[in-house]
Ligand binder design. Structure first.
Ligand code: MN
Length: 489
């Protein structure tokens, strides 16, 4: 189950010294965690191993995989930093400590699993691999969430995964990771909504597959006729994770007919010029939907994503999205930043010790922005406006008086903020200060606001709060509390 060969086989023709390093880290972590158990009762080492294996799957370098194997040894196995440095050197120590520190934030005496985003950004700005290890760690934790004994913690971890880690994976262009995080977290975060989406999708899938099959056959014939070389067509590929489909459905009153890109045909060709030829061929056979032709090759998405997209009328009542890309773009779309690391050897050799920023290309500018943002955090409010434009769109960053960041959807109120901290705080809100001023509970929070929630033991939610709340989490807790009050009358 935890055979080191599995990891080595995933690596891209590793050098001997890389293999030696991985085996050494593997043995070290195995000894360090010897006898420790996870909350599920499984040996702890399974988690360390899975984190390392995830990193190998992403195509990361040997140092990162080794750090992944070792990532919990300082925090959970009483291994000293000096020991890691002595055995594995400064670079691996930095990576392990970067992940370790992230888990140490306390909030009002209660240890929270949600780390301060600010701390995460600082470590990430210094070396982006810290974030990638954190994501690999989170992926295994969310995949094994059913082993967590406490339902409230499961929910909290799942929501945090959806609201913080999946967007970060997306920002790194790691599409596959993002959707795996989302698909695993969604059922725990919002079980009822998850079931609803699943049922909607079941009905819709049958219809979609029928159209896709037909278009697939005609398209393959057509491309063959036109002599497009080396094309691969994947049918019925689900473009959206359940969770991103859910978010889109919310915008369309849960009407699934309004969502066109649930599954798509994908054409993978050898050269960029073939992409445009294929697009031309498609448009000569089917009528495209206006406004849905996207050239992400000429103008890639901010996370680096490249492809041509078009949506066509199938001619018999159906609508199908087709994505066209080269093999290289395909790999990049799946693994994002990590695919660059495996392509360009020596990419990380440039990093010597701590303090140097990892800025291999423009795609990582946002990480530097985050770092600058962090430096200016005490100066003015403008930085956050810029951050919002470029980073998590549709979200606001709000601070606790202790400087912890909460990441909430736009138009959230102090009620949402209170529930995001803890349901107990939410259930007893008596008032709120924003930036030191007392404000009403239906105030919409803005980026950079410092929010202090006042609670009173005797206070309980009122039905008005349902209008003030924006997040599903807050609404659900309010409804539960109202129900309880009604039952007691
Ligand atoms: Mn861990």
């Amino acid at each position: 189950m935890t055979d080191i060969k599995e990891i080595i086989e995933l690596m891209n023709s590793p050098k001997e010294k890389d293999t030696e390093l991985i085996i050494k880290a593997y043995e070290f972590a195995k000894n360090a965690h010897n006898g420790q158990k996870r909350m599920s009762g499984d040996p702890y080492f399974i988690h360390a191993f899975a984190t390392g294996k995830n990193l190998a799957t992403f195509g990361m370098d040997a140092h990162t995989i080794a750090a992944g194997l070792l990532h919990d040894t300082i925090e959970d196995a009483n291994i000293s930093s000096e020991m890691i440095q002595k055995e594995f050197g400064k670079e691996i120590l930095f990576l392990v400590e970067g992940v370790t520190k992230l888990g140490k934030l306390k909030y009002r005496g209660v240890e929270r699993h949600s780390e301060s985003l600010r701390k995460l950004f600082v470590a990430t700005a210094e070396d982006v691999r810290v974030l990638i290890i954190k994501l690999a760690d989170r992926l295994h934790n969310i995949q094994t969430l059913d082993g967590h004994p406490r339902a409230d913690k499961r929910e909290r971890i799942a929501i945090e995964t959806l609201e913080i880690y999946a967007p970060l994976a997306n920002r790194l262009g790691m599409w596959k990771l993002k959707s795996e995080l989302e698909n695993n977290a969604f059922p725990y975060a919002y079980p009822d909504e998850y079931k609803k989406v699943k049922n909607l999708l079941k009905q819709r899938n049958k219809v979609d597959k029928k159209y896709l099959e037909k278009v697939y056959r005609s398209l393959q014939k057509e491309l063959g006729k036109q002599g497009i070389q080396g094309h691969v067509i994947q049918t019925g590929h689900r473009v959206k994770s359940f969770y991103s489909l859910y978010k889109k459905l919310l915008k369309h009153d849960m009407d699934i007919e309004q969502v066109y890109d649930i599954i798509a045909l994908r054409v993978v060709v050898q050269r960029i010029e073939d992409c445009y030829r294929v697009l031309g061929i498609i448009h000569s056979v089917w009528t495209p939907l206006p406004g849905r032709i996207k050239d992400y090759i000429a103008t890639p998405k901010p996370n680096g994503y490249k492809s041509l997209h078009t949506t066509i009328f199938t001619g018999d009542g159906g609508v199908v999205e087709i994505q066209i890309r080269t093999e290289e773009m395909h790999k990049e779309a799946e693994y994002g930043i990590a695919s660059h690391i495996s392509y360009k050897e020596g990419f990380f050799d440039k990093i010597k010790g701590r303090g140097k920023k990892v800025t291999p290309n423009k795609k990582l500018n946002w990480i530097n922005q985050l770092n600058d943002w962090q430096k200016n955090v005490s100066e003015s409010g403008e930085y956050l406006e810029n951050l919002k434009m470029d980073f998590f769109k549709d979200r606001v960053f709000v601070f606790t008086p202790e400087g912890d960041v909460m990441d909430l959807p736009e138009e959230s109120s102090p009620i949402d903020f209170a529930y995001a901290i803890h349901s107990d705080i939410g259930d007893h809100v008596s008032g709120a200060d924003v930036n030191g001023k007392f404000i009403s509970l239906n105030t919409k929070l803005k980026n950079g606001d410092i929010v202090e929630i006042k609670t009173k033991k005797g206070n309980h939610p009122s039905s008005k709060w349902l209008e003030y709340a924006k997040t599903t989490l807050a609404k659900r807790h309010i409804k539960n509390a109202l129900q309880k009050i009604a039952d007691n009358k």
